[in-house]
Design a protein around this ligand. Sequence first.
Ligand SMILES: NC(=O)c1ccc[n+]([C@@H]2O[C@H](COP(=O)([O-])OP(=O)(O)OC[C@H]3O[C@@H](n4cnc5c(N)ncnc54)[C@H](OP(=O)(O)O)[C@@H]3O)[C@@H](O)[C@H]2O)c1
Length: 267
Amino acid sequence: MELKELGTTGIMISEIGLGTWRYRGDAHTLRTGIELGATLIDTAEGYYTEDVVGEAIKGIRDKVFIATKVSGRHLAYNDVLQSAEESLYKLGTDYIDLYQIHWPNASYPIKETMKAMQALVDRGLVRFIGVSNFDIDEMEEAQSYLNNYRIVSNQVRYNLNDRSIELDLLPYCKEKGITIMAYTPLDDGNLTNTGNPIKGDRMNTLEAMSTEVGKTMGQVALNWCTSRENVVAIPKSNSLERTVENCGASGWRLSADQIERLDDSFS
Ligand SMILES: NC(=O)c1ccc[n+]([C@@H]2O[C@H](COP(=O)([O-])OP(=O)(O)OC[C@H]3O[C@@H](n4cnc5c(N)ncnc54)[C@H](OP(=O)(O)O)[C@@H]3O)[C@@H](O)[C@H]2O)c1
């Protein structure tokens, strides 16, 4: 499993992580993914999967990097602190590696939210601060209220079928040394051979590329995501077999020419 630096922190995280939204699998499946090197695990208070993650990491806490999120409804100062405490309890740990604001919410002053995030780092309950679904202006405003820390990541939707972040957010984050955590990297299964893809030139290209490199379509789609310098991807699978498959999307690289052909086909 290839590793990438989280922001400019010097901390290395796996380029393929384990997503857990709507996760219905067991702790053993997550544990297998971890053993295959997918040590980045993404969860959220709103997913109700922090307990299964907690079960999966029992006894190996120092081997994994846990990313969880405070809900966009809990962004008042005290609510952030309380949500973090509850996540720590469910995860069965005394620190969260990356605490992310799940969605921006203009109903709460972001200054207050960021002060709470800062307090969590000051208290040693959180190592790094991240955001999710923030645009550039929202990121800059949030960062302006942090005195001592940097926002190290932004978790956003990114896959071959949805490349909207390439317009501005991806280059902005690259320039600032901020990691993009690509969610829905398989376009909810549509970029795999078991999904329900819209047939056409794009899927034909992906299928041909899969044959050319001897990897599954899903593995090619994930490798395309992580071919971007500051991008890691967090696919979710309930199945042990597909979790193993997704971990196999790392450890090799599409060539520059292959990436270009995918870029052109999915433009
Ligand atoms: N921050 C946010 O707002 C946000 C929003 C959405 C998602 N996320 C995060 O990103 C993670 C991933 O996104 P996602 O769950 O929306 O979508 P995804 O990972 O693109 O796709 C998941 C779907 O693909 C299927 N699948 C997974 N691996 C497969 C494979 N190798 N071959 C065929 N089918 C496969 C899964 O089915 P099976 O489970 O049956 O394998 C599931 O139906 C989430 O779990 C969550 O952690 C964050």
